[in-house]
Design a protein around this ligand. Sequence first.
Ligand code: ADP
Length: 671
Amino acid sequence: MSSSEYQPILVAGSSQNNTSNLSNSEINKILLIEDNAADARMVELLLVESGMKHCELVVKKSLNAGLISLEEQDDYAAILLDLSLPDSFGFDTLNTVLQQFPNNNVIVLTGQQDRQLGLKALKMGAQDFLIKGNYDANVFLKTIRFSIERKKYLKKIEEAQTRYQNIFTNSKDAIYVCNSEGKLVDFNKSTSVITGYDNSELFGIPIEALFENRNFWDTFQERVFQSKFVVEEEVNIVCKDESIRNCIISAGQLVYGNFVGINGFIRDITERKQAEKLRQDRKIADQTSKLKEQFIASVSHEMRTPMNAILGMSNLVLKTDLDDEQYNYIKNVKNSSEILLGIVNDILEVSSIQAGKVKFTYANFDFHSLMANMINVMQYKVDEKELNLELKIDPSIPRYLEGDQLRLNQILYNLVGNAIKFTDEGEVCITVKLLNESHGSWHVQFEVTDTGIGIPDDKIGVIFETFTRIRSKDRIFEGTGLGLSIAKNLVEYQGGKIWVESEHNVGSTFSFDLIFEEGYEPKLDAPKEDDFDPETTFNLLLCEDHMINRIVATKTLLKQFPNINLVVAENGKLGVEKLKEGDFDIILMDIQMPVMDGYEATQYIRSEMEPEKAQLPILAMTAHANIAEDDKFKEYGMDDYVLKPFKPEQLFSKIGHYVTLKRNKKHRTSS
Ligand code: ADP
């Protein structure tokens, strides 16, 4: 016997060369456990004779040596096993191999003519048997081939099993198996992650114990058994720490062998549900705030229209011959309606700030005139109360700045108005300081100081909040408690800060800071609307459906422009007809009108009429502040707007501006 019998031998149709390229998995390894060298040699020869490709035969002389080799590499395509070995005898040998390596093909080598033994081995789990000394190359080849195929198949099953095991173990969902009594008999890691119980606590417990509703499982299980499968039902799980998780559960009937039970998964959707709820809440909040906004806009519109009439009529009456008593009554009517209008405007402003809809328009403006104007406007209130009003501006601040002058005015009017309102003796002082200048950016601080009633320490923290008013026994204050909140928002939206220092019964100082860009001195070659001569003869078309507003507008215009030719139309359609019949210099267009509204009429004029008329200046008249703010009138082809109730001066100046512009244009085109 040569020692090569006990070495791995490459056999059958394969030279060293053409197998060296093959990977291990492509070579079929066969283990022969045989102590008889002659028998071993016989198998070797048979293998060569059978013409099997890529086979490697490993020969071991004892069971123990065979087991060790199997231990080292458990991928033999077949084990050829002699039952009588030096260290084991008979079926014990087979048993030992099968028990330790169940996923292997064991082909038992039996003694000559001993079929009975072979058949018994099959019953015990051997894959096949071969009778020694009676080897037939064909039978041998078939048996080995079968083993190889079977081994490949087993290997696939094993891989699939590993894959599914991985899915089971690593799934984020809890995967569970219950027996017919509803007891947990198998489950993965996520089951304990979700519930907070460890494996030993979970094993064998009735699954119903996990659900918030203890009756859930009974009916659920019944339905699973009836319809084989129940998909995605919501259920709450009570965790070990007594917290509740929102889950969905799916289940199917599981039957194999004698086992009848249920398996399925439980998915934790607590976070998803919370996110959904948040989304839902936000949607409702959005809808509510939209409704609120619409409500406020339409209520304030409804209020502005009659106030237009009251204010307009009062202005007209004030210009007639009145005795002192009558004059004072009407003056009071006018003042009160102005206050009411201020409140409506404040409410509108707050609602648009809260809706994040404030817009800022940064433009060049004359800072010194703005401050001087404010002092002028406030002067009469100060005089009324016999207070002193002082303005100090740091001389290094340039006269022309770039910023939002309307908003600056609004902030200052609020603070200075309050200072005067809450001061009975002494003075109100406005100081403008330069904090810093760099690269044309001017950082400016405004201070409004008064010697008034001051603010108690415990209230100072809340006065910038909406609707805050400090009660005081001996004073009745007009106001809504919105002014400071608006001022604060307007400052902060522009990147500034606002704050107050105050001493009760001594006085207060409200301060804020803003940054302005450096402005420029405007060139004065454009025609100034102030230059517009009220005696000018011009033609105006007024489209307005509201009777009182029509009267107010007509009377107001006739008073200011004695030579005006005024044509009135009660809706957009009539307006268009009047325009077809005559020549006009300007159109005042109400927006909400029956038959044809202001937008439709404007669109018609702009697109359907001859060029001369299509290009006429059109001023929208609206009580909706946001139409003006959002520049909506521009989208509809209007040139500008006047807000109702209109301030006569503003109306006159806009009319003057556009009539002059139109006349100049005409001169240019005709010359
Ligand atoms: P209102 O329109 O009611 O004046 P504000 O928001 O402007 O609302 O002010 C809120 C409250 O803060 C006032 O009602 C008043 O109690 C207090 N307050 C504001 N400015 C002063 C001030 N200069 N001196 C004393 N109290 C003031």
